[in-house]
Structure formats: structure tokens, C-alpha cells
Design a protein around this ligand. Structure first.
Ligand SMILES: [Zn+2]
Ligand SMILES: [Zn+2]
Length: 122
């Protein structure tokens, strides 16, 4: 991306993200919450050295989209996306008073849902 000024290393040769509706239980790659049947989630297939697939739950997507919408450029990695989003929100907090607060609020929601979904399955 030409207008990106993050120090971001794009690893993908091919990257394809689609929104899907779960037909069975999946686990969110970012927060490890369970994605229940009929929940919407993002399904990603990425090809770097090997083929990787990532499933991301609606709460994590909400945080990602929120941060992306409020800062000039948000680059992030799978595995660390939630942390990347919070870090970016901290970095750009001066841009608007709602940004960091909104990001924290979404992070709390992610954590609560992840805890709740673990309890459900024990
Ligand atoms: Zn960037
Ligand atoms: Zn998640």
C-alpha cells in the first residue's frame, strides 16, 4: 500500500478474506472465543510460505474496523491483531478523544466474550 507509513512487513503472496456464517463451532484466532453456529465471522486464506487460514469473530472484527476507520493507516498481523489495534489507538489517541476509549471498550467486550465462551464449554 503506497499510503502506508507503518513499519509493516506484508508476508502474503495471496490474501483472501470473506465474511461467512458459521455452520459449526469455530474458534476465533485472535481471542480464542468460540464462534457459534449462525454467528458471522471472517474467514481468511493467506498464502505466504505455506497456506494459512484464520477465523476472526465479530467482536474482534468490530475492534479492527473501529480502529481502521479512525486512523490514517492501521496495519496489523494475525495472532496479535487485538494488541496491534490497542497500540495503534494509543498512538493516535490525540486525534480524537473517542478513539482510545472506543478501542478499550471493544477490547473489554472481546475479553468478556472469550471468558464466557470458555466457561460455556467446561
Ligand atoms: Zn500501514
Ligand atoms: Zn475474537
Amino acid at each position: 500500500m503506497s499510503d502506508c507509513y507503518c513499519d509493516f512487513d506484508e508476508p502474503w503472496k495471496v490474501y483472501s478474506a470473506t465474511m461467512r456464517t458459521a455452520r459449526k463451532v469455530h474458534v476465533c484466532h485472535e481471542c480464542h472465543a468460540r464462534i457459534q453456529p449462525r454467528d458471522r465471522y471472517e474467514h481468511v486464506v493467506g498464502i505466504a510460505d505455506s497456506v494459512e487460514t484464520y477465523k476472526t469473530c465479530a467482536n474482534c472484527l468490530d475492534l479492527r474496523e473501529f480502529v481502521k476507520a479512525h486512523i490514517p493507516c492501521f496495519c496489523w498481523y494475525h495472532d496479535t491483531m487485538v494488541g496491534d489495534a490497542i497500540e495503534a489507538a494509543r498512538h493516535w489517541a490525540h486525534e480524537g478523544p473517542g478513539l482510545l476509549f472506543g478501542a478499550y471498550r471493544r477490547q473489554i467486550k472481546i475479553k468478556r466474550a472469550a471468558v464466557a465462551s470458555r466457561q460455556l464449554c467446561q
